[in-house]
Design a binder for this molecule. Structure first.
Ligand code: PMT
Length: 233
């Protein structure tokens, strides 16, 4: 037990090191057959950067990560998952004990309805693939949130970034959402850089200008902790 001190624009903020932070990162893989899957270009960099920043603030951090090629983070309890269903099960389990949950993961919204146990040959491969919806993990967590828990989502958008992110903030019952314009090639998916907009209730918004994801992660966490803990004091 102890505390970590964070300098905010208003005051020096005392962050209890008993805060348990749960973070999701990376893509999910939805298998078609043993050699093919549906996925997306998420590298896990944004989620790992937030996990590292939370650990540096003294929080106890659990990271649920899809398949990524990043080195493990020292001092972060990391659980590896592959599919959206795996991620849902793990997040629901860990969420019970979390004070602050941040979902940066790019969860596949759909999975193939059928998975072939054996590799499909070129001639057997269907030219159209029946899909079914994956669960919306963040929305599920929003319905299970208890008083005192804080829930943060990311929104990867290519148009109407702020409006769409605000819609998700409300629909998924989040405390804050980080709007990420992924139409830009200099940031977002896979890049080391990001520029984001943190949105919250009562039209709250704060922009974090283009910077390394490690810096953006610190800025997001510092702001969230200031808004959360200053209000609690
Ligand atoms: O991993 P990097 O290469 O560093 O890239 C970082 C990033 C671009 C992936 C990250 O910054 C980002 O924007 N993550 C959100 C990706 C996403 O899936 O956005 P979305 O708008 O589709 O989903 C909104 C939120 O719901 C997200 O928090 C997502 O984790 C969650 N979600 C989405 C679908 C689903 N079935 N279940 C979910 O929980």
């Amino acid at each position: 037990m102890g505390s970590c001190y964070l300098s905010s624009s208003l005051s020096i903020l005392k962050i209890p090191t008993t805060i348990r932070c749960l973070i999701s990162a990376g893509p999910t893989r939805e298998w078609i057959d043993p050699v093919r899957f549906i996925s997306n270009p998420s590298s896990g960099k944004m989620g790992f950067a937030i996990a590292q920043a939370a650990r540096n603030l003294g929080m106890s951090v659990t990271l649920v990560s899809g398949p990524v090629a990043l080195s493990p983070l020292h001092g972060v309890d990391t659980i590896h998952v592959e599919t959206a269903i795996d991620m849902k099960n793990e997040m629901l389990k860990q969420f019970e004990h979390a004070d602050l949950t941040i979902m940066t993961a790019a969860v596949s919204d759909h999975r193939p309805r059928f998975q072939s146990e054996h590799k499909l040959s070129k001639d057997n491969f269907p030219l159209s693939l029946p899909l079914e919806k994956n669960p919306d993990i963040l929305k599920l967590l929003g319905t299970q949130k208890k008083p005192g828990q804080r829930l943060v989502g990311f929104a990867a958008e290519t148009e109407n970034v702020m409006e769409t992110a605000r819609k998700k903030l409300i629909e998924k019952k989040l405390d804050w959402i980080v709007a990420n314009d992924v139409s830009r090639i200099d940031q977002g998916f896979s890049s080391d850089l990001n520029e984001v907009l943190l949105l919250g209730p009562n039209d709250f918004q704060k922009r974090f200008n283009l910077a390394e994801k490690t810096i953006i992660a610190e800025e997001i966490l510092n702001e969230i902790c200031s808004l959360w803990l200053e209000k609690a004091h």
